[in-house]
Design a protein around this ligand. Structure first.
Ligand SMILES: Nc1ncnc2c1ncn2[C@@H]1O[C@H](COP(=O)(O)OP(=O)(O)OP(=O)(O)O)[C@@H](O)[C@H]1O
Length: 546
């Protein structure tokens, strides 16, 4: 697997490098050999004095330099193409799998970490790949030089090998905890940015209560910042220690060649040549040492990608969402003895829902009422087939909703959740007539604030009530048979609320739509055909209003 197993595994299994492995490794090695060989030519020419400066030697040098430049350029440009294509493919594969996993899986993971893997970790791999190729080419050049030294003096070669082993041993010891330090530094930075986020997004609260801001700044932002600073300095020191040990190794080597080798090797010319070699490899050696931290970071980023992939592979999913189906029939939906559990029941901290017994028929308006935390939103998620029930069945026209048909079933619904996400454009509704959108913007009193331009809304910078009205427009344009609204009217002014209950809902019902709406507005309960009361996760009662 090599010293950076996750990174190499990623390149091997997720990129096209496998097909080009021979040419890529060959070109990288060729560039190292050509660099070493051009050094050998320089050495030979200089060693021969004036007699060495011949046209054939010049040609040979030019040829080797060209091979070096061409092969390294080839390896670098192909690596860039392969790595970028690989990252695009990885992002696509992660996003595709992400789209299909269950809601419960998404709710259980760290979404920030997921986004960071798609952005930061992919960026780290993209940046590191160039350093890794140049580092590998330099390593080949160093190997070539070692063998070149062996042809000149076996003793010098043994000396070189001994010193290299000592340097590697020392380097590994000095870098032993570098990964742990890097991880701790990035953890401190995460906490630092989390605290800064509280300051930025809780700015109004901080303005009103300065002690919040002082506490955040003095005890969290500064503390985490200082921790991160100390860890980054420690990590940089470690890297510099590694660099210094490689430079010390270089000077010890040089001193050994100049002062010890002459005791065993009398040929001054050979000593001179080996000295040139040592001086020549100083640059590639530093390049190689500098590539190591980049490789360690790329390996850590690859580990994150692997763990996200593993999580996605293991997460529950429905059959992939089919293309939008317009022919979905809805005669009945039934929740039969449906049960669900939030969290661990054993830990005593979970929330149990059900058993729920509920039927839904076309063209009716059903209100769901109940106290805070009584399970209304959870009931909606169960009805929408977004949570997998623990027991019981969700029936669609008499047939059970299961992973193979759940995505299709969900297409029956348009939803405005209580904690809805407002999209900047009408995704999935490309063919929508802009005239219809403008008419709805006008109807919901948003036409002065929001314009519908090139398929997107001109702004989402709106009040909570206005944002909900915009979300409602999106839901109405979807033209689905069942509409689900979770406390939609809660943030509306009196006029919009009145409009919602007395005009919009009856109009939708008249169009044959079924409405399921969570509401606390008991003075409008007369609009509904039925009101369902939730209490502690169960339906306490159902009241027919007509
Ligand atoms: N994703 C979740 N993970 C764990 N517990 C949850 C989750 N979502 C809701 N709960 C818990 O389930 C219970 C019911 O929540 P739910 O949101 O369904 O109630 P609600 O009646 O809609 O409340 P509200 O009127 O305040 O919106 C609450 O105790 C809540 O803490």
């Amino acid at each position: 697997m090599g010293p950076i197993p996750s990174y190499t595994a990623l390149i091997r299994e997720k990129s096209d490098a496998r097909r080009e492995a021979v040419s890529l490794i060959g070109m990288t090695a060729l560039s190292g050999v050509a660099m070493g060989a051009s050094m050998a030519v320089v050495n030979a020419v200089v060693g021969q004095g004036e007699g060495g400066a011949t046209f054939p030697n010049l040609l040979l040098f030019a040829l080797l330099a060209t091979i070096f430049l061409w092969s390294r350029n080839y390896a670098l440009s192909r690596t860039a193409i392969i790595v970028q294509a690989m990252l695009t493919r990885i992002r696509e594969s992660i996003v595709r799998k992400l789209r299909d996993v269950d809601l419960q899986a998404i709710e259980a993971i760290d979404r920030e970490r997921l986004i960071k893997t798609l952005s930061h970790d992919c960026f780290v791999i993209s940046e590191a790949s160039e350093s890794i190729v140049i580092g590998a080419s330099s390593a080949v050049m160093l190997l070539f030089s070692a063998f070149y030294v062996a042809t000149l003096s076996l003793f010098a070669f043994i000396l070189l090998c001994g010193l290299v082993c000592a340097a590697i041993f020392h380097y590994r010891r000095s870098q032993r905890s570098s990964r742990a330090i890097l991880d701790a530094a990035s953890e401190s930075e995460n906490r630092l940015f989390e605290s800064i986020r509280h300051l930025v997004y809780g700015f109004r609260e901080v303005k009103i209560a300065p002690e919040k801001g002082n506490d955040l700044l003095d005890n969290y932002i500064l503390d985490y910042g200082t921790q991160a600073e100390a860890l980054r300095i420690q990590s940089q020191r470690q890297f510099l220690k590694g660099l210094a040990s490689s430079q010390t190794f270089f000077y010890v080597l040089l001193a050994s060649i100049i002062f010890i080798l002459p005791q065993y090797q009398v040929d001054r010319l050979i000593i001179q040549k080996i000295t040139y070699i040592i001086l020549f490899i100083a640059g590639p050696m530093e390049v190689f040492v500098r590539a190591l931290p980049a490789a360690i970071k790329a390996n850590a980023a690859a580990e994150h990608i692997w763990s996200v992939e593993a999580w996605l592979e293991g997460a529950d999913r429905d059959a992939p969402a089919a293309a939008l189906a317009h022919d979905l029939q809805f005669q009945s939906i039934g929740l039969r003895e449906l049960t669900f559990q939030h969290g661990e029941a054993e830990a005593g901290q979970g929330f149990r829902v059900g058993p729920i017994e509920l039927s839904l028929r076309p063209g009716e308006i059903v209100f769901i009422a109940g106290g805070n935390g009584s399970g209304k939103s959870t009931l909606l998620l169960l009805l929408l087939g977004l949570y997998r029930p623990l027991g019981g069945q969700l029936l669609w026209n008499g047939a059970a909703v299961r992973p193979h048909n759940a995505a299709r079933y969900r297409q029956l619904f348009s939803v405005v959740f209580a904690d809805f996400h407002l999209f900047d454009r009408l995704y999935g509704l490309r063919a929508t007539d802009p005239g219809r959108v403008n008419e709805l913007l006008h109807r919901f009193g948003l036409d002065r604030k929001v314009k519908f331009v090139d398929g997107a809304f001109s702004t989402l910078d709106l009040s909570t009530g206005q944002r909900k009205r915009l979300a409602m427009i999106g839901a109405l344009l979807e033209e689905k048979p069942i509409m689900v609204f979770d406390e939609w009217a809660a943030d509306q002014d009196v006029t919009s609320r009145e409009y919602y209950y007395t005009k919009l809902l009856p109009e939708l019902k008249a169009q044959g739509k079924t409405i399921v709406a969570v509401t606390h507005d008991d003075r409008y309960y007369g609009v509904a055909d039925r009101v369902i009361y939730m209490e502690q996760g169960s339906i306490r009662s159902q009241e027919a209003r007509v």
